[in-house]
Design a protein around this ligand. Structure first.
Ligand code: LMR
Length: 394
């Protein structure tokens, strides 16, 4: 049996992570995988997470099973963080999942179960694991235009034109905020136009929100998701706590299915539980419990928000510094988009050859499509990157 196996394609982000580790140069710069790093290059445990962890260690009395959907308090707390009061909580089914990827996987499986003929539409470009999982599940897939590589801004006219061609019952995946890989995001007015088009087409939105709090703040980053959830009859949402709580390895995610038809809620909730049972049974609990502890304790929550805000402000400072350096060194404003992008990533419009040159000559690692992780920089390395970008001819 095992002799039938063929080598699987490597995930380009994870392969880049390995090449960076293998590079012996001391001055190499990692702008690859989407993990937050402070100015010293560390990915710290957040203060509130450490406190919540200690508290759990002291008070947790059992490690017995929770439930197929996870701890309901976790689902409630994260639902409220993401959706605010945009929808009636009674309309939301939620299942804890192993990370945001687990939520996406379960969501795609739910789509395959409920609408086997539906096509799933992804932004061009998108996070490479979206098409990879959809292809693996054998679901039909399409792309809608999203990014203008020449200006490094959202190609909203192209996006609208393509969304206007999706069929009734198709699913459209949208990045809730901090678009990965581009960093270019929709305005709230544009979210409203997208909701109009999807309503008109009878399509179902599936929002992937993995960076809430990294762009313009916790509420601002959820505004598009809230608008969609409040206006569309049915919405799926995959959420991750990996980044905004810094608990990557704890695998803490949530899949939500929102329906304004109360009759559908029970069957949706049951299906989420069924799908969890088929794939891994009970979802991981430790990270979820850390998140619940933080979100339900006013002091811990305030401390978490303050630290998240420091992280966000730090990334914005790096964006401004990099755009300034590039403006001065290139004597042009063509890189100003870096200051306007939001979140952890910016796609800077360099060719794969230019990206390769920066890796070879300067030990700078960014994804081949020229996505860079802003958090991999610090005040000292920004000028080095700016010069490398220009030397590569980008
Ligand atoms: C990324 O895009 O770099 C992160 O979401 C990490 C991953 O799993 O790819």
């Amino acid at each position: 049996m095992l002799d039938n196996l063929k080598p699987q394609p490597a995930d380009k982000i994870l392969a880049l992570m390995q090449s960076f580790r293998d590079d012996p140069r001391a001055d190499k710069i990692d702008l690859g995988v989407g993990v937050y790093k402070d100015a010293e290059g560390r990915t710290p445990v957040m203060r509130a997470v450490r406190t919540a962890g200690k508290r759990l260690w002291e008070t947790e009395q059992t490690k017995s099973y929770v439930g197929l959907l996870g701890d309901p308090a976790y689902g409630d707390a994260l639902r409220d963080l993401i959706l605010g009061d945009s929808v009636d909580p009674g309309q939301v089914s939620a299942a804890a999942t192993p990370g945001g990827t687990g939520a996406l996987r379960q969501g795609f499986e739910l789509i395959r179960l409920a609408a086997p003929d539906a096509k799933i539409w992804l932004s061009d470009p998108t996070w490479p694991n979206h098409p990879s999982i959809i292809r693996y599940l054998g679901i039909e897939m399409g792309e809608y235009r999203y990014f203008d590589n020449a200006t490094c801004t959202v190609d909203f006219e192209g996006m609208k034109e393509d969304l206007n061609a999706v069929a009734a019952g198709d699913v459209v995946v949208l990045h809730g905020c901090c678009h990965n890989p581009t960093g270019a995001n929709l305005t709230l007015a544009q979210w409203g136009e997208v909701a109009d088009i999807l309503t008109d087409r009878g399509a179902i939105p599936f929002i992937d929100i993995a960076y809430q709090g990294f762009g313009d703040g916790l509420d601002a980053d959820a505004a598009g998701t809230r608008l969609i959830a409040s206006r569309m009859p049915q919405t799926l949402i995959a959420a991750s706590c990996s980044k905004n709580f810094g608990i990557y390895r704890e695998r803490t995610g949530l899949l939500m299915a929102i329906t304004h038809d109360a009759k559908l809620k029970t069957v949706a909730q049951g299906t989420l539980a069924f799908l969890n049972r088929q794939n891994f049974s009970f979802p991981p609990d430790h990270g979820a419990r850390l998140v619940t502890t933080i979100l339900t304790d006013p002091d811990l929550r305030a401390d978490w928000q303050a630290e998240l805000e420091e992280v966000r402000a730090g990334m914005l400072r790096l964006r401004t510094q990099l755009a300034d350096e590039l403006r001065q060194r290139s004597n042009s404003d063509r890189f100003d988009f870096i200051a306007h992008h939001r979140g952890m990533f910016s796609r800077i419009g360099a060719t794969p050859e230019q990206v390769e040159q920066m890796r070879k000559t300067n030990g700078i690692y960014m994804v081949g499509d020229s996505r860079m992780n802003i958090a991999g920089l610090n005040a000292r390395t920004v000028p080095i990157l700016a010069q490398a970008i220009l030397d590569a001819g980008a």
